[in-house]
Ligand binder design. Structure first.
Ligand SMILES: *[C@@H]1O[C@H](CO)[C@@H](O)[C@H](O)[C@H]1NC(C)=O
Length: 166
């Protein structure tokens, strides 16, 4: 019976999804959480407390008349300088997609907000689903993965039940 074959195929597909290693769920990170992109916030500590993977998005939120976001290199980050032609965002609600693994650096180049106000943000982007270097899989994995797995199991259970009924 064709419909039964299809059910089996769907169940197999659901199983495959459930057990795909490191099924990544892209996250949006509001830089600075509820403080946003602002003066006197320790963005180093903030970014070290999180994990960023390829496909995630950064959201910089701030008053557009007070600040901006400029992407720089490591040297300009250290010096709080803006090179000619640097990517600049200034809407006050700027989304930046982390499309590849590696480091990226952002500063606010208004006044001395970078030098004195601490508006400098460095992010290290990991490959999606990558294991931490020299370590076992992190136990503190994003909840999204667990969710996806539970969803897969639930889907398989539901399909198995459907197959019995049909
Ligand atoms: C910000 O936090 C980092 C990491 O916890 C710390 O090393 C650094 O001294 C802090 N910077 C400031 C300006 O407080």
């Amino acid at each position: 019976m064709a419909s039964k074959h299809m059910l089996v195929a769907v169940a197999v597909a659901a199983l495959a999804v459930a057990f795909l290693p490191g099924l990544a769920v892209a996250s949006e990170h509001v830089v600075g959480d509820d403080k946003g992109w602002t003066l006197q916030f320790n963005y180093t500590a903030w970014s070290e407390s999180r994990k960023f993977v390829v496909g995630d998005t950064l959201l910089f939120k701030y008053g557009s008349s007070s600040h901006n976001v400029v992407e720089v290199g490591g040297v300009d980050f250290a010096a709080c300088t803006k090179p000619a032609g640097a990517n600049t965002w200034s809407t006050g609600e700027d989304r930046v997609t982390l499309h590849k693994a590696g480091r990226r650096w952002f500063i606010c180049d208004i006044g001395e907000h970078c030098e004195k106000g601490g508006m400098k943000f460095k992010v290290t982007v990991d490959e999606a689903g990558a294991l931490p270097p020299n370590g076992p899989p992190a136990p503190s994995n994003p909840a999204g993965k667990v969710h996806a797995k539970h969803f897969g199991v639930a889907a398989v259970t539901a399909l198995a039940a459907a197959a019995l009924v049909l």
